[in-house]
Design a protein around this ligand. Structure first.
Ligand code: ADP
Length: 429
């Protein structure tokens, strides 16, 4: 690993899965991308990369805290030479009148010295489009979509010019699709006009990827922008088209083999994962944990670890806590849902730690919460994103990890085809 050259793009993501989605999108566009867990230490050694996505958990915390964490992330990225910083928000603009999109945008704009910030949550490939400042989720306006009933951030207004104005200190206007369609110079002229009138932010309409490419091209004239993975795509394509970044195949950067023993952990009880475990039985030894014994104490994880150690030299193994919906419901009624979930996640983290101590350097984890518990326990500061095993599930190479070279695949429950575990291990050499 060399120390990093200048970053072409810095991204601050307001939640972890959004960060993964963005990192995956940037990688697909040819940017060598690292995703970090939280703001990295000043001395984190990075391989040569084009983009860093810092994952925060700042979407629904107090606005002041979201601002200070985002500023810390921005400072880190500027120190690494990032000229442009994207504040990555949800493509459904999840926020309230108290924030946190407006307050974070205001702070980053003030720090950057930009007169005006382009803002768009559009991500056409997932059905998020913006027209006349109104956000559509599929065919319906945001305020008629399921987001109207979101437990933390209910969205009752689809007009983002109004939504952002309520949570920002600055005046907010619109760059309408008619200007976007006329290309970058028309957008630049519109922004100059708005900035001259004292507007500090503009919602940009976007219906197709080419609209995001136009917005990305113009955004690169500025130091800060705000958007979802769609704007990430626009920025990445603009960086490649302008020659500022040489497009790379993701696999080339992650493909250096690490070798050594491999293991899989499954804590997801989703239908897809249950089917994948059944398939894996034909390809590798599988141990099914007894969930009641897991909750009772550490012995069950110790037993599983001993079982794995006896087999690792022969090939990959899979340890699963997963059960059917009926068994999950029964366990939860005996122990409580949170207590059961937490105990099993911690057992999975114990197992991951023990497996890595036993030499495992290729680890596949099924389950979103389960993956979070494992990554936290292993203390991995970040990942270089590689080729996709299945849609939305890339191979990850740990960076800044004390244990040396390590490959991971972190799969949210429902992702991947029936042969997911074997597919993952085929790519993780
Ligand atoms: P997914 O991505 O499918 O939602 P998660 O890992 O996010 O998977 O969530 C699965 C949750 O279920 C975790 O909290 C995990 O600890 C818990 N769990 C795992 N196995 C069992 C089981 N047999 N019974 C009840 N809960 C379980």
């Amino acid at each position: 690993m060399t120390s990093a050259g200048k970053l072409s793009l810095g991204c601050i993501a307001d939640d972890y899965t959004g960060a993964s989605d963005l990192a995956n999108t940037l990688t697909r566009c040819g940017l060598r991308t690292v995703q970090t867990i939280g703001v990295p230490s000043a001395d984190l050694a990075l391989p040569e990369v084009d983009a860093v996505v810092v994952s925060l958990k700042s979407r629904s915390i107090e606005a002041g805290l979201a601002v200070s964490r985002s500023r810390d992330a921005e400072k880190w990225m500027r120190q690494r030479g990032a000229r442009h910083v994207l504040f990555k928000i949800c493509s459904t603009f999840d926020s309230t009148d108290a924030g946190n999109i407006g307050p974070v945008m205001d702070a980053l704009r003030a720090d950057s010295g930009d007169a005006i910030v382009l803002v768009t949550p559009a991500f056409p490939e997932t059905g998020r489009t913006v027209y006349q400042g109104n956000l559509f989720v599929g065919s319906v306006p945001l305020n008629e979509s399921p987001l109207k009933d979101h437990p933390l951030n209910p969205m009752h207004d689809s007009n983002l010019v109004r939504v952002l104005a309520r949570q920002s200190q600055t005046k907010v206007s619109l760059v309408a699709l008619a200007d976007i369609a006329r290309g970058p110079d028309a957008v630049r002229a519109r922004l100059a006009d708005l900035a001259g009138k004292g507007f500090g932010a503009a919602i940009a309409d976007a219906v197709f990827d080419r609209d995001l490419e136009t917005i990305g091209t113009v955004a690169l004239d500025h130091r800060v922008s705000v958007g979802a993975s769609g704007l990430g795509l626009g920025l990445a394509r603009a960086l490649v088209a302008s020659g500022q970044v040489k497009s790379q195949a993701a696999s080339a950067t992650v493909e250096v083999a690490v070798g050594g023993p491999a293991a899989c952990l499954a804590g997801s009880c989703s239908q897809a994962t249950l089917q994948q475990i059944a398939k894996a039985e034909q390809a590798m030894p599988v141990l099914h944990l007894d969930p009641d014994r897991v909750i009772a104490g550490k012995d069950e994880a110790r037993r599983a670890l001993a079982w794995a150690r006896e087999r690792l030299a022969e090939g990959p193994v899979l340890i699963a806590s997963s059960s059917t919906p009926e068994e999950v419901a029964a366990l939860q009624s005996r122990h409580g849902r949170d207590a059961a979930g937490h105990a099993i996640e911690q057992a999975m983290a114990d197992l991951a730690e023990g497996l890595v101590q036993s030499g495992v350097r290729r680890l596949v984890v099924a389950g979103g919460e389960t993956s979070g518990a494992v990554v936290d326990r292993l203390g991995i500061p970040g990942f270089l994103v590689g080729a996709e095993i299945a849609a939305g599930v890339p191979v990850l190479r740990a960076v800044g990890f004390d244990g040396g070279g390590m490959l991971l695949a972190l799969k949210s429950g429902n992702f991947g085809g029936p042969e997911f575990f074997s597919d993952a291990l085929t790519l993780m050499r």
